[in-house]
Design a binder for this molecule. Structure first.
Ligand code: AMP
Ligand code: MN
Ligand code: MN
Length: 352
């Protein structure tokens, strides 16, 4: 561990909980020094570190994991990294992230890791197939920023007040004495811009911008990263988006649509390509809440919900078996679109 005064531009230590009552909030547990020290000791003692992030990884999950993985490897640790999807494949828009040679499919992940570290996963379930491995691991360090995190590990580095898991990943890298090179910074930056919605969401604090400044200073290409993440798609995406927009419905402050497996199959479009459709739907002025139901390849509905702040969609999604943040949450449904929508409607405030 290095003394934190020895590097200019280093991230400040995790801020103490604000003295405004939020520390009393259920689930709120900003990371204490004891937890950081424990994690550094566990890493130091482990021969191999097994990293996992949530299924269908986004930029924050995969970026944070790959950044920490690359640093651990550079420090001489044996590292494996994975995520527990049945069909193990890195989403197309994240294939530009450096360091993917660390990745192994879930079947090659240690069955009983001595030290497992999870990234951006709010529950054990969100680890998919790797929840079994986590259940058998000697130690599980949970690095996350979801207020709904269940604290399923043996050590928690959980701070619901940070913009992204990447913020905690940067802290860990710093505390490990790792080098923030351009590749590591690219992974962290992908996490930061994904979860702040390109610095648009309310999570965009001065600390988020300061972290961005540290990352950009490594020489990473913000233009290329933005293009990879948001500004490209196969032609079929436009057609599937058109189908989703064609059946979009506005009802009492709720705007919603669905994207079926058939829509995608007609254009050979993988599931991951439709994840961003919620960002088109949620712009609707007349709606406080936006919902997109996306049928995955196994026939389940992956439901994305967004609110503009007045409605806590995390509470709704948690009640329906999922989780997330106050204004961006999701869950999985094995029922029909009609039944799923009725469940959501029943949990919405009478007038949204
Ligand atoms: P998405 O709509 O997939 O972009 O997800 C928005 C937020 O909801 C993210 O913070 C996810 O971690 C969370 N989320 C999405 N799906 C699920 C799920 N099935 N279970 C728990 N949390 C979820
Ligand atoms: Mn995530
Ligand atoms: Mn995140």
């Amino acid at each position: 561990m290095r003394d934190r005064t020895d590097r200019p531009g280093a991230p400040p230590p995790a801020a103490p909980p604000p003295d405004d009552g939020t520390a009393e909030r259920p689930g709120h547990q900003a990371v204490g020094e004891t937890a950081w020290t424990r994690v550094l000791t566990l890493i130091e003692q482990a021969d191999e570190v097994a990293l996992a992030c949530h299924v269908s990884p986004d930029g924050d999950a995969l970026g944070s994991m790959l950044a920490v993985g690359a640093v651990l490897r550079s420090l001489g640790k044996k590292v494996v990294a994975s995520f527990g999807d049945r069909r193990f494949s890195v989403p197309r828009l994240l294939r530009f992230l450096p360091g993917q040679d660390l990745l192994v499919p879930p079947a090659a992940f240690p069955a009983e890791p001595e030290l497992m570290i999870t990234f951006d996963s709010s529950t054990l379930d969100r680890l998919g197939l790797l929840s079994v491995n986590a259940g058998k691991a000697r130690e599980v360090v949970v690095i996350d920023h979801h207020p709904s995190n269940t604290g399923f590990g043996t050590v928690s580095l959980i701070d619901p007040d940070v913009a992204a898991t990447a913020v905690l990943a940067e802290q860990l890298i710093y505390r490990l004495g790792g080098t923030l090179d351009r590749d590591v910074a690219t992974c962290l930056y992908a996490g930061l811009v994904t979860d702040t919605g390109s610095f648009r969401h309310s999570s965009t604090t001065p600390a988020a911008h300061e972290m961005a400044a540290r990352l950009v200073a490594t020489g990473l290409r913000t233009d290329e990263i933005a293009r990879e993440l948001w500004d490209r798609s196969p032609f079929g995406y436009l057609k599937v988006l058109a189908a989703a927009l064609d059946r979009v419905t506005l009802e009492d402050g709720l705007v919603w649509t669905s994207v079926t497996h058939l829509d995608r199959a007609s254009y050979g479009l993988p599931y991951e390509e439709v994840e961003a459709i919620i960002d088109v739907i949620r712009r609707t002025d007349e709606a406080e809440v936006a919902v997109v139901l996306k049928e995955d390849d196994l026939g389940a509905w992956q439901v994305s919900t967004r609110s503009k702040g007045a409605v806590d969609v995390a509470a709704i999604c948690t009640a329906l078996g999922g989780g997330g943040h106050r204004s961006a949450a999701g869950f999985t449904s094995h029922d029909s679109v009609e039944t799923t929508m009725n469940r959501i409607r029943a949990l919405l405030p009478r007038k949204v």
